[in-house]
Design a protein around this ligand. Structure first.
Ligand SMILES: Nc1nc2c(c(=O)[nH]1)N[C@H]1C(S)=C(S)[C@@H](COP(=O)(O)OP(=O)(O)OC[C@H]3O[C@@H](n4cnc5c(=O)[nH]c(N)nc54)[C@H](O)[C@@H]3O)O[C@H]1N2
Ligand SMILES: Nc1nc2c(c(=O)[nH]1)N[C@H]1C(S)=C(S)[C@@H](COP(=O)(O)OP(=O)(O)OC[C@H]3O[C@@H](n4cnc5c(=O)[nH]c(N)nc54)[C@H](O)[C@@H]3O)O[C@H]1N2
Ligand SMILES: [Mo]
Length: 756
């Protein structure tokens, strides 16, 4: 059994933070950086999207510190490095090694003959992109990918450039992440975002945390949960495996807790459903509410604000307990208890993340969670509501700025009014469509505003082939990663500033803005001097590509936008609702909150009402043809989830440890239930091969993973992302979200034969 840590946070997390800073070889500047993180006049933490009161207090978390240290390393990779290594050689290195080489400092162009990245001037690079784009047969052959770190300013001009060029192909990391949340919330409550703000966590009586590991991925959320637990709020964790951070937490900011003298019990109840079983969990809770707590149904809220109640009641009551228990893996008594906790107060918040959104039925599952809130009216009240906890620090802002494949007509109208061109109306590509189009060579140019699509997406060989097909691959990046070394034809690697760095333009050091998971928009100003004069801001790179490409047809003076980002914000104010007087509003400490209609009980969806989920529970969590293959297997088939270790930021691997889960020095791990290990006759720590069971005949396999016993339901296993991505079939995506089902892959596990 992996020896787990017994609590999250505390002294080890401070030690680990400091170690990170020392290893980054820039201790002094890093301490200054940490001090300025998430403060007014400082920069927004490039870690997660959790919000903070921007009241000037010193706040950081261990993983935010890692993100800052990783970005502000003094190590660099310039032309000499690339002269020494061919791209094929680099592609043999690990993700950890590639990024660990340091910051990119020089624009580079891939030379397929020499198989090397070679220096190019910025002007030549921009001209090259412009020439290639002008040669395309159709704007649809261009793909514009975005990862969620890009600022509002960079995202806004990026989408404006793409639309002026004629494309709606804006795949982004949300397509692999919270897509289902946006779709489900838009349809059911008319706003694709969470309805609560940080303050609500101080008022809630009950907090349900579904499919999320905040101890690692949103450590600042633990402060909110800790405070809630201390004042007696009930916290219920619904998680497939036992996560230390959701059990006990010692705050690094409280001396007694830091010294290990005191820890706070976070969850008062912790249940572990089967993977994908949350739909049935929420359905079971609803069934128990109808049966045992009908008096807690807020009928005036239901009557005034919702539609579909009667059908919902019918479909819930007709779902059998047998089906609910079988699919959730939890028994009726447990679900009745959860229902009791849920109705105990209408000041209830539900939060969720990837354990909910990366499944076949994610959209429906979220609608079912929403329905519970509609029953008791736990929505649009202080201390009550829905909180999808976003990943990347500005992924929500990207969407607000128009990074999406199918904008609404009123957005297009405002774009037209502001810029004078007709934006394309045909829906563009999401990540899934983009990779399919590149695979089929229908798309020809891929521009990546950050991220690492090759390592991040499913089915690594398929994704690699797709990206390799790009006739021109343009990566705007801080560090070298797998995507860059996947280039096969022409490619540019354009080094950009990180959020911690000074972005000096004609009018001075530029602030950018971001939107956190609570829809708070605030400024961020870098404080570290960039490692090289040759690194440009994302905003400038996009503006120059746009200026070169659009030429005389340009709708704006790009140089003016580069000189002063206030000018970009003035344009945002014209196009995006809620951003009027943006420049004045971001000058306020803490920034401003974007109005959320659902939080005010106004329903902006088609029905004009909050909608109950009226779908029947699916019979199975895999589609029929996959199920047929599963049934043909002679050996047991497990469901695998792929998750993050404590030492990584998505595809960025900081280190090889996963402290809270007791794993050190390695990542090719599969966590299994001890009974399953015994059943397969696998010794603790033995090596196994893992192979996907799918409806096609493609072999998807990873080899020599170490099997460790863990507190996880029988039949379920867990492995780290991105190492396990080759196992996730490309076409295995959420029914309505097209998000890879990274938390539910059917696999068989075979011990590696030991050769004596
Ligand atoms: N340090 C750090 N911070 C991060 C990131 C990072 O990689 N490192 N990534 C950022 C990004 S982009 C995102 S989206 C978020 C991700 O934040 P999380 O969603 O917390 O990330 P995962 O590691 O994917 O964890 C999924 C959790 O859901 C549980 N789970 C999996 N499947 C199921 C299920 O079917 N049902 C239930 N009930 N539980 C399930 C897993 O056991 C695990 O605890 O974090 C953001 N913050
Ligand atoms: N199997 C499996 N796959 C998953 C997931 C999973 O849980 N399981 N999670 C999915 C999720 S939630 C997400 S969000 C995606 C993440 O997908 P992406 O967002 O594409 O990937 P990241 O790893 O966050 O991107 C890291 C790279 O971003 C670049 N970078 C870092 N900072 C900056 C910056 O400030 N500017 C620019 N331009 N570049 C920068 C660096 O070059 C770094 O290598 O992965 C998804 N993939
Ligand atoms: Mo994410």
């Amino acid at each position: 059994m992996a020896v787990k840590s017994t609590k999250a946070g505390g002294l080890p997390s401070i030690k680990s933070t400091v170690n990170q800073l020392i290893k980054s070889k820039q201790v002094r500047q890093n301490m200054v950086n940490l001090y300025r993180v998430n403060k007014h006049n400082g920069f927004d933490c490039p870690g997660c999207a959790w919000g903070d009161e921007k009241d000037g207090t010193f706040r950081f978390c261990e993983n935010g510190a890692k993100a800052v240290a990783w970005e502000s390393t003094e190590l660099t990779v310039g032309p000499e490095f690339f002269a020494q290594h061919t791209v094929s050689e680099l592609n043999k290195q690990s993700d950890h090694w590639l990024e660990g080489q340091g910051r990119l400092t020089h624009p580079l162009r891939y030379n397929a003959q020499s198989d090397r990245y070679e220096p190019i001037s910025w002007d030549d690079a921009f001209a090259l992109v412009a020439d290639k784009l002008k040669s395309l047969h159709s704007p649809d052959e261009l793909e514009l990918y975005t990862s969620g770190r890009a600022s509002n300013e960079a995202s806004f001009i990026y989408q404006m450039f793409g639309r002026a060029f004629g494309s709606n192909n804006f795949p982004d990391c949300s397509n692999m992440c919270h897509e289902a949340s946006g779709i489900a919330l838009n349809q059911s409550i008319g706003v694709g975002k969470g309805t609560v703000v940080l303050k609500d966590f101080t008022l809630a009586d009950t907090i349900f945390v579904y499919g999320q590991n905040p101890g690692t991925n949103h450590p600042r959320m633990l402060n909110a949960l800790r405070a809630a637990a201390k004042r007696g709020a009930t916290i219920v964790s619904v998680n497939n495996l036992k996560e230390v951070g959701l059990q006990k937490f010692a705050s690094p900011q409280k001396p007694a807790e830091l010294l290990g003298l005191e820890t706070v019990q976070i969850s008062s109840r912790y249940v572990s459903p089967k993977l994908g079983g949350d739909y049935a969990v929420a359905r079971g809770m609803a069934k128990a509410i109808f049966a045992n707590h009908a008096d807690k149904i807020d009928s005036s809220f239901v009557d005034d604000h919702t539609a579909g109640f009667a059908e919902y009641q019918t479909v819930v009551e007709s779902t059998s307990w047998e089906a609910i228990e079988q699919q959730s893996g939890l028994d009726k008594a447990t679900l009745e208890e959860l229902a009791m906790l849920f109705v105990a107060s209408s000041k209830t918040i539900s939060t969720w993340a990837m354990g909910i959104t990366q499944h076949l039925y994610s959209v429906e599952t979220i609608k079912e969670i929403v329905s519970l809130h509609l029953l008791t009216g736990a929505l649009g009240l202080p201390g009550a509501g829905l909180s999808p906890v976003r990943g990347h620090s500005n992924v929500q802002g990207n969407r607000t700025m128009g990074i999406l494949e199918s904008p609404k007509p009123d957005f297009n109208q405002r774009m037209k009014d502001t810029f004078g061109f007709n934006p394309p109306e045909k829906p563009g590509h999401r990540v899934y469509d983009m990779l399919a189009a590149l695979h089929a060579k229908q798309s020809r140019v891929l521009i990546c505003l950050g991220g690492n699509i090759v390592a991040a997406n499913a089915d690594t060989p398929f994704t690699t082939a797709s990206v390799g097909n790009a006739e021109l691959l343009v990566s705007i990046a801080t560090k070298l990663n797998r995507t860059h070394v996947t280039a096969k034809h022409d490619a540019l690697l354009l080094p950009c500033l990180g959020r911690t760095e000074v972005d000096m333009q004609a009018s001075g050091n530029q602030a950018i803005t971001v939107e956190d998971t609570f829809s708070m928009v605030h400024g961020s100003t870098g404080t570290t001097e960039p490692q090289s004069d040759n690194i440009k801001s994302e905003t400038e790179i996009i503006a120059r590509i746009a200026a070169h490409t659009l030429g005389e047809n340009t709708p704006v003076n790009w140089q003016a936008l580069i000189d002063n980002y206030d000018n970009i914000r003035d344009l945002i104010a014209k196009v995006i609702p809620g951003f009027d007087d943006m420049n004045e509003k971001i000058a306020e400490p803490g920034g401003f909150h974007l109005y959320n209609a659902a939080a005010n009980r106004e329903w902006k969806n088609q029905a004009g009402k909050a909608l109950f989920n009226t779908n029947a529970l699916p019979e199975h969590l895999f589609s029929d043809n996959v199920l047929a293959r599963i049934k043909q297997q002679s050996q047991p088939v497990f469901t695998m989830q792929t998750l993050r270790s404590h030492d990584q930021y998505n595809t960025t691997i900081y280190g090889m440890n996963d402290r809270y889960r007791g794993v050190f020095g390695e990542r090719n791990i599969v966590f299994m239930n001890a009974e399953d290990l015994a059943r397969l006759n696998i010794q603790e720590g033995a090596l196994v091969d893992i192979e996907t069971v799918w409806s096609d005949d493609v072999v998807r396999k990873v080899t020599r993973f170490k099997a460790l016993s863990y507190d996880i339901p029988q039949g379920n296993v867990a492995s780290y992302y991105p190492e396990a991505n080759p196992l996730v079939p490309f076409h295995s995506v959420g029914k309505l979200s097209a998000t890879p089902t990274s938390k539910a892959v059917p696999v068989k596990i075979t011990p590696v034969a030991v050769i004596h």
